[in-house]
Design a protein around this ligand. Structure first.
Ligand SMILES: Cc1cc2nc3c(=O)[nH]c(=O)nc-3n(C[C@H](O)[C@H](O)[C@H](O)COP(=O)(O)O)c2cc1C
Length: 175
């Protein structure tokens, strides 16, 4: 399976991005996680820029989504809500075909952030009929460094939880 992983944070030292990269590093082939890195390059969504005027960064993002068997999202909570950059990316997808049947599942990198998770869940249910709110795994990596997160995800218990998440997502995609 090829998964596209999208972090809701564009921060250089993002724990969410580091968690996704650590997951990518320990996912055994043939499964593969590609971590999307251009969220900050997506212009602010406007319906005026859809169709022929769709910006190239958005087309590249949509192409990556269309090639992926499933999308994994891992996001911080900003002011009890979805960070603007992530919501902007989702807004670009709403009236396009790539997202409508795309399997989507969430990873989470904090013991907090439940308001954001609830809101993101509602948004994803709306844009994709293949979003699963039962395939979910939480790793509390808040405030850790990327190196710490790599080591944390190599711990057998965390590695096993990630493999369980990937297995469940694979079953959902194949169902
Ligand atoms: C603008 C802003 C608003 C935030 N609001 C919340 C919040 O409402 N709830 C929460 O649990 N954390 C909040 N945080 C903390 C972030 O969720 C936390 O620092 C997280 O690790 C950031 O993710 P990152 O490391 O991937 O950038 C906020 C952080 C920022 C920068």
């Amino acid at each position: 399976m090829k998964f596209l992983a999208v972090s809701g944070s564009t921060r250089t030292a993002s724990t969410n991005t580091a968690l996704l990269k650590a997951c990518a590093a320990i996912t055994p082939p043939p499964d593969m996680i590609h971590v999307y890195s251009d969220l900050a390059r997506l212009p602010i969504f406007s319906p005026d820029l859809e169709g022929d005027k769709t910006p190239s960064a958005v087309l590249s993002f949509c192409h990556l989504i269309s090639k992926a068997d499933g999308v994994i999202i891992c996001s911080p909570e900003y002011v009890h809500a979805i960070p603007g950059g992530l919501k902007n990316a989702i807004d670009w997808l709403v009236s396009r075909e790539e997202i409508a049947n795309k399997p989507i599942a969430l990873l989470h990198g904090s013991h907090r952030g439940d308001d954001m998770l609830k809101s993101l869940s509602l948004v994803l249910k709306t844009v994709s009929d293949q979003y699963s709110d039962t395939i979910f795994e939480r790793f509390d990596v808040l405030d850790r460094t990327a190196e710490d997160i790599q080591a944390f995800m190599h711990e057998p218990e965390n590695d096993a939880r990630l493999q369980g998440f990937i297995d469940a997502f694979r079953q959902h995609i194949l169902a």
